[in-house]
Design a protein around this ligand. Structure first.
Ligand code: MG
Length: 255
């Protein structure tokens, strides 16, 4: 489908959708603790989304059976919550969540430490998060889309980590996944020119080892091919005339 440019009214609805999602992520992050099951995270997230009068957009999306993707350690994305899967001290857990408010989608992911984690795991999470911020420095009207991809790649690659290539960011609006695709690695082409009113979900997925991934037998869970830890960080952002607005981090200010 075509790349959409949102009207001022649509942007207001996107802002509210994303603001509500930011609260869901905040509360889920505070709730994470050793012993919690991944299903408990999903149930808590779904309840909050529904209490806001919104709909979890991941639920039943292409048959996904839950509202929150909960991916532990070597799981990259799309982990299926389970009552049999407990978080343990030292795990890292990626939560990917989204909701629909008055027809408008939001999408964001955070990776959390469960209790104390190794310095190596913490560094992977920090670099993954920072790579998002390096990417959106380029998310400005007049720049090319793949300037974002190159900035993420240039920041991450010197650490020796693997940037996942099979999964990419995307446009977002009245659909969860709209054009354009937003890769997290350098492209040979420049990509489209960014204009104010575009809303994009930018979401680097970074493995400590190889960039290669595999799909588990459940046909959802993506894991790093070498079993190394993986982190994911995502926000829905708005291209403006000036600095990009991070819609799922409503309190963020550029300095
Ligand atoms: Mg996404």
């Amino acid at each position: 489908m075509a790349v959409t440019v949102k009207s001022e009214r649509e942007i207001e609805l996107m802002r509210e959708s994303c603001r509500l999602l930011s609260i869901v992520h905040q509360k889920l992050g505070e709730a994470i603790h050793p012993g919690m099951t991944t299903l408990e995270i999903d149930e808590m997230g779904e309840q909050m989304i529904r209490d806001f009068g919104c709909v979890p957009n991941f639920k039943d999306y292409n048959g996904f059976p839950a509202s929150i993707c909960v991916s532990v350690n070597d799981e990259v994305v799309h982990g299926i919550p389970s009552k049999h899967r407990k978080l343990h001290e030292g795990d890292i857990v990626s939560l990917d969540a989204g909701l629909i408010y008055k027809g408008y989608h939001s999408d964001a992911a955070r990776t959390h430490a469960v209790g104390n984690v190794t310095p190596e795991a913490q560094k992977l999470m920090d670099v993954t998060k920072q790579s998002f911020f390096e990417g959106i420095k380029m998310a400005r009207a007049g720049n090319h889309l793949f300037d974002i991809s190159a900035a993420i790649d240039d920041y991450v690659t010197p650490f020796g980590y693997g940037i996942v290539k099979e999964l990419v960011g995307h446009g977002i609006g009245t659909h969860l996944h709209e054009d354009p695709q937003v890769p997290n690695f350098r492209q040979r082409r420049k990509g489209l020119i960014l204009v104010p009113g575009m809303t994009l979900a930018i979401e680097p997925m970074i493995n400590m080892g190889t960039a290669d991934v595999e799909w588990m037998d459940d046909d959802w869970t993506v894991v790093s091919a070498d079993g190394s830890l993986s982190a994911h960080y995502e926000n829905t952002i708005l291209i403006t005339e000036g600095d990009p607005e991070i819609l799922t981090l409503p309190d963020f200010k550029w300095n």
